[in-house]
Design a binder for this molecule. Structure first.
Ligand SMILES: *[C@@H]1O[C@H](CO)[C@@H](O)[C@H](O)[C@H]1NC(C)=O
Ligand SMILES: *[C@@H]1O[C@H](CO)[C@@H](O)[C@H](O)[C@H]1NC(C)=O
Ligand SMILES: *[C@@H]1O[C@H](CO)[C@@H](O)[C@H](O)[C@H]1NC(C)=O
Ligand SMILES: *[C@@H]1O[C@H](CO)[C@@H](O)[C@H](O)[C@H]1NC(C)=O
Ligand SMILES: *[C@@H]1O[C@H](CO)[C@@H](O)[C@H](O)[C@H]1NC(C)=O
Ligand SMILES: *[C@@H]1O[C@H](CO)[C@@H](O)[C@H](O)[C@H]1NC(C)=O
Length: 447
């Protein structure tokens, strides 16, 4: 039987009870701890492009002799359409992984994911020397393994492949450091996600040392143990291609012990939920997207000539920020702040944006709190949440009412905006009146 050709890859599936479920429309197959009896069900997975394997036991196959594949087996592997493999809830002996991984060079698998796995022991990676694999994306989530330090030899055996890898994610795995030498292997890496680990300020400098990750464009350090805004800035200064940096869910403070410039390539910066009570400087000069939501900001005054999207929801802003110095801005989110009203001149500026959201603020509906918003709505750019998430908090007789339902006395509230045109109109009527008068009663003037 052909499946027997893929020795270790499937072997562990034979052990426990389980089976595979194939969804033809999604080309997606999920297998739960397969057994020898239910082996026929794994054949169903062969036309799938995504295969997931959960549970089972690999340890018993560690001593299994693995020989090189014969040509028909290689043909067979090459004909599979599987592009992505997800392996979960499993103890993976590294010895075994080291032996099996090289067979992937005959497949078209581009994405490999391990989640909730324990990598056990240390394997010998010599056989991977010079091997190229089609895998471009590697994701580990909630995995444990032997420490990475002191494993330069292993990484150099894998380097032909790792040099071509484009995406690497190691998330939720208690990583505390990333040795300098590792980053230097990943020469083509575009995307690095280290979210939900324990990287501290002092571990960043070696991780992004000279020559490490030279092509990196996207870096997520979300939810780690970072505290120094300027320390992060100094650590990643050498990432000249970096476009997107996510520092959200760290508790950041200023540390002005030395100056620092962010890479000018940086376009997207996520500082959401970082405990900020003021906007720290410098900001990357060419930013297009800045997320500072979920902080304790009381006031924001930024000028970034290329900024397009600014997220300030869930802060303590008393007023909409000045956006005069952000000429390219098209999106501004101010939900969940302490804004009571939107003055008329701000409404005119906000009305020029494509996407504005100001929901869940404690509006004072006695005047421009309601009038400004209604004007903004009439300009047609208020995002989702209107009208149900826009309610009045004051004065008492409006409390709890929807801003939409408040009758705004335009004359009383927008005196500058309304009275000026009214005066002009009256003045014009006055002139017209006088002219009419003069025409109809010429005798009055010419005695
Ligand atoms: C396959 O997936 C589609 C889309 O999620 C779903 O509608 C369909 O019911 C699934 N088919 C089977 C057999 O589970
Ligand atoms: C992480 O993986 C371990 C097995 O290695 C598992 O016991 C644990 O429940 C997983 N944690 C989460 C949050 O999924
Ligand atoms: C986070 O960093 C602090 C010092 O910077 C350290 O004391 C603490 O143990 C670290 N926490 C984790 C989970 O690594
Ligand atoms: C910033 O990160 C948070 C998670 O911490 C995420 O919800 C949000 O969408 C991110 N913002 C942007 C602009 O990507
Ligand atoms: C505003 O706060 C509410 C309640 O805490 C929350 O459900 C909602 O997601 C928040 N919206 C935004 C855009 O922050
Ligand atoms: C609401 O606005 C009115 C008129 O602009 C003002 O007199 C009043 O003090 C404001 N109330 C609050 C709670 O801000």
């Amino acid at each position: 039987m052909k499946v027997a050709i893929l020795p270790v890859l499937w072997l562990w599936l034979l052990e426990a009870e389980g089976r595979c479920f194939f969804n033809r429309t999604q080309e997606h197959c999920v297998c739960y701890s397969l057994s020898q009896e239910s082996l026929s069900s794994i054949i169903r997975c062969l036309p799938a492009s995504v295969v997931e394997f959960y549970g089972g036991e690999l340890k018993t196959y560690v001593d299994f002799p693995i020989r090189n594949l014969n040509p028909s087996a290689i043909d067979m592997l090459g004909s599979l359409v599987i592009r992505k493999i997800i392996v979960g809830d499993l103890l993976v002996p590294e010895v075994l992984l080291a032996q099996v991984l090289r067979f992937f060079s005959y497949t078209q698998v581009q994405e490999l994911v391990f989640e909730n796995c324990i990598f056990d022991g240390r394997g010998n990676w010599d056989k991977m020397d010079g091997q190229n694999l089609p895998i471009l994306s590697l994701h580990f989530h909630n995995v444990t393994s032997a420490p990475l330090t002191g494993r330069e030899q292993d990484f150099s055996s894998l380097s032909s492949w790792l040099e071509t890898l484009q995406e690497l994610a190691v998330t939720g795995s208690h990583v505390t450091s990333l040795p300098c030498g590792i980053g230097r292997v990943f020469r083509a890496l575009r995307y690095l996600n280290m979210a939900q680990n324990s990287l501290g300020d002092e571990s960043l400098m070696p991780a992004f040392c000279k020559g490490a990750f030279p092509q990196l464009q996207v870096l997520s350090l979300q939810r780690n143990n970072l505290t120094s805004y300027h320390g992060v800035c100094r650590s990643i200064q050498l990432l000249h291609e970096l476009q997107h940096l996510d520092l959200s869910q760290n508790q950041l403070i200023a540390d002005l012990s030395a100056s620092c410039q962010w890479p000018v390539s940086l376009q997207i910066f996520n500082l959401s939920n970082t405990g900020l009570d003021e906007v720290l400087t410098p900001l990357p000069p060419s930013l297009e997207v800045l997320d500072m939501s979920c902080n304790h900001l009381h006031a924001v005054d930024i000028s970034l000539s290329s900024l397009k999207k600014l997220f300030l929801n869930q802060n303590m802003l008393q007023a909409a920020p000045s956006i005069r110095n952000c000429p390219m801005l098209d999106t501004l989110h101010l939900d969940n702040n302490s804004i009571r009203e939107l003055p008329w001149d701000e409404v005119k500026l906000l009305g020029q944006l494509r996407d504005v959201a100001v929901a869940n603020n404690p509006y004072n509906c006695s005047c421009s709190g309601a009038g400004g918003l209604q004007a903004l709505v009439s300009m047609g750019h208020l995002g989702q949440g209107w009208p149900q998430d826009y309610t009045c908090h004051s004065p008492p007789h409006y409390q709890g009412r929807l801003v939409k339902d408040v009758q705004v006395s335009v004359l009383q509230c927008n005196s500058a905006a309304v009275i000026a045109p009214v005066c002009i109109a009256l003045a014009l009527f006055g002139v017209v009146g006088v002219i009419c008068l003069l025409r109809s009663r010429p005798r009055l003037i010419r005695p």
